[in-house]
Write a protein that binds this ligand. Sequence first.
Ligand code: DAH
Length: 339
Amino acid sequence: MENKIKEINRLIEEFKIENKEALEKFRIQFLGSKNILKDLFSEIKNVAAEKRKEVGQSINALKSKAQNKFDDFMSDIDEKDNEIDSIDLSLPGDNVLLGSRHPLSIVNEEFIEVFEKIGFTVSEGPEVEDDWHNFTGLNLPEEHPARDMQDTFFIEKNPDWLLRTHTSSVQMRVMEAQELPIRTITPGRVYRNEAISARAHCFFHQVEGLYIDKNVSFADLKQTLLYFAQQYFGKNTKIRLRPSYFPFTEPSAEMDVSCTLCNQKGCKVCKNTGWLEIGGCGMVDPNVLKNANIDPEEYSGFAFGFGIDRIAMLKYEINDLRLFSENDVRFIDQFKASW
Ligand code: DAH
């Protein structure tokens, strides 16, 4: 009897419960309705009377041992099951909230992409600018009437400082700092003291282009602008240059692109003209080159400046400039599809 108890004790101890099947086998063998401990109990009557109590206790101890081992594994398995149950793989996943790109950033990057393809770099300059880079260096000396074309915010602390009124200021900086030839575009924010309305704002965005090398001609300017227009607005787009005046270019022109919304048939956006104005351009004035210590006898160049807000308004048919800076998610969310 003693040996049987020892043997069963060993069996209980050594039984490996690695999965639910093994646990069930263990249960049947040691705890089920026909478990081997029951056989032991039924044999107690054969044990000497004075030993019965002790043997009975030993068998009971075996029973608790088997029960404890069973319970331990059971709770282990329950825990694991719970973990698995808590993940319902049939449920749809959590929504990942995607941010959206600002329409001005989208237009900006598309611009950069188009010009990078033909070797233009991207430059930056400060928004708080000095008089030289924003005006004087660009052939707009003090008292020049063309300064009134752009209502300027001056910085009280220093009368020489102002918020740049155009990205042309970076032309001066690039010509002063970079080696020739120069081929660069400059996107950025500009400021003008204007009453805020659907069509005007005290700040807006421009992209400036500058190309300086030997033998750069007006034909290069025209072809570059045509390349841009066709890449950006579609390959059938036409451009039109109208004579104009800017102090920093000579000759100067305003650039229009054919209205792609109505195919030049005339619509609300192009005000029935078939053309959309997108910016100014021209050959860099020799005085500007001299101001940047570039010899106009040896080098020539062209420049252009486009309004980014205007192009975004045309592209996305946005009718109010103020929407760009109000940060209303209902507006910004609409540009998700452009990712
Ligand atoms: N700076 C001008 C403006 O803000 C735009 C412009 C016109 C830029 C002609 C140029 C240019 O580079 O050549 O109205």
